[in-house]
Design a protein around this ligand. Structure first.
Ligand SMILES: [Zn+2]
Length: 400
């Protein structure tokens, strides 16, 4: 069995060990040592990376109770090799792992919540918690209470102790929950009110966590999933939020603490402005439709227009025009080549607008469709002209 050096020495970054096995597998090499400071993925804490005997360590895992290192190059069995841990990665994991214990301890102490699992990802960490009343959220006040409880202990720099108690001592320890293993139980205590069985690596004292911040809580598989950051992750999050808040405050010409009120005022003004614009648009459409109807002679009236507008405006105008009796509206948006069109007619006219568009588009380009009295699509200027001819032919016959 590999001696796990990180149990006793979580700050050990370099070590020498003898290679006991080296197995080639899928272009990589799996290596076992007589001793190792590399942490294998377990208990929610990801594996360490680094260099072993000159080769990159790309994975470390526990297989059948022993530690196996995945390497980019083979090592000779029997050889003594030097290992170097990527300390920035490991220390970050130590900070997140200890923060997990402290948050879990606070949740248990203050709210009788039972933490089930830890997951440390690249940016944030999460724990899943079974709350006594089955809740899947904490209120902002509760989050603040948990954060204060944890950070007060970080500020006091309470000690972190990891050790293997014997069976007698283990029985007397106030562990937060039952150990999942029965042999060689390792215990991690943080301060005087948090103690749990754990095989992970932790800083020597809570002050090294710097800052612990809960990001949010959300339901996950019937439990409450709590996301948090600690150490440099918390610092980076604070820096990001600080910069974003100050930029937003500058844009609103206000102070950071006035931002929510300023944004609410802006939102209300925007809603009022949108309502005014919508009203003006409606009035504008009504006026335009009225004007076009008034200036068009004949019965039925054929209104052909190319306007600076989008498809929605064409639709609005067309529906107003055909609300009157005996009207055919052929509307096209300004522009070269194919632009949006709406061909529509009043209910009392028998012309199939689908046919008009199809036949006109066949010769001069375009496509679209809809109901017999209202079609939308895209078409060229010549298609519009052709459609007008087809409509007049349908309405007045070839004689005209
Ligand atoms: Zn742990």
């Amino acid at each position: 069995m590999t001696e796990r050096l990180y149990y006793e020495h979580s700050y050990l970054t370099e070590f020498d060990a003898v290679v006991t096995d080296c197995v080639a597998q899928d272009g990589t090499y799996r290596v076992r040592l007589n001793r190792s400071a590399f942490y294998p993925t377990s208990g929610g804490q990801p594996f360490d990376t680094g260099v072993l005997g000159g080769a990159s360590v790309t994975n470390v895992e526990v297989i059948d109770g022993d530690v196996w290192h995945t390497l980019s190059a083979p090592l000779r069995v029997g050889e003594t090799v030097h290992g170097v841990i990527d300390w920035a990665r490991r220390f970050d994991h130590m900070q997140q792992h200890a923060a997990d214990h402290m948050i879990a301890g606070a949740l248990h102490h203050l709210m009788r919540g039972v933490t089930i699992g830890l997951h440390i990802s690249a940016d944030i960490s999460t724990i899943d918690v079974a709350m006594p009343d089955g809740r899947t959220h904490l209120t902002p006040d509760e989050i603040e209470t948990i954060e204060l409880y944890v950070n007060e202990r970080v500020q006091r720099d309470v000690p972190v102790r990891c050790w293997f108690p014997d069976k007698e001592e283990l029985k007397t320890l106030p562990l937060r929950k039952e150990p999942t293993v029965s042999e060689h139980v390792r215990v991690v205590a943080i301060g005087d009110d948090e103690m749990v069985a754990c095989g992970g690596t932790h800083p020597a004292s809570a002050g090294q966590l710097g800052l612990v911040k809960i990001l949010n809580t959300a339901p996950a598989r019937g439990l409450m999933r709590l996301s948090f950051v600690a150490g440099m992750r918390a610092f980076r999050d604070y820096r990001l939020c600080h910069a974003a808040a100050h930029q937003a405050a500058a844009l609103c010409s206000t102070a950071v603490d006035q931002l929510p009120a300023a944004l609410q005022t802006l939102q209300e003004r925007l809603q009022a402005a949108e309502a005014t614009v919508a009203k003006l648009r409606r009035e504008g459409f009504d006026q335009t439709a009225h004007m076009w109807l008034a200036e068009t002679v004949g019965s039925p009236r054929v209104i052909v227009k190319t306007v600076l507008a989008d498809a929605n405006v064409l639709k609005e105008l067309a529906s107003r025009l055909i609300a009157a009796q005996g009207v055919i509206a052929l509307l096209r948006a300004e522009g070269d080549d194919s632009t949006p069109i709406v061909f529509a007619r009043s209910q009392d006219l028998p012309v199939d607008m689908n046919r008009i568009l199809r036949e006109a588009a066949k010769r001069f380009g375009g496509r679209g469709g809809g109901k017999p009295d209202f079609v939308q699509g895209v078409a060229t200027a010549q298609t519009l002209q052709e459609a007008e001819g087809l409509v007049r032919e349908a309405l007045y016959g070839n004689a005209l």
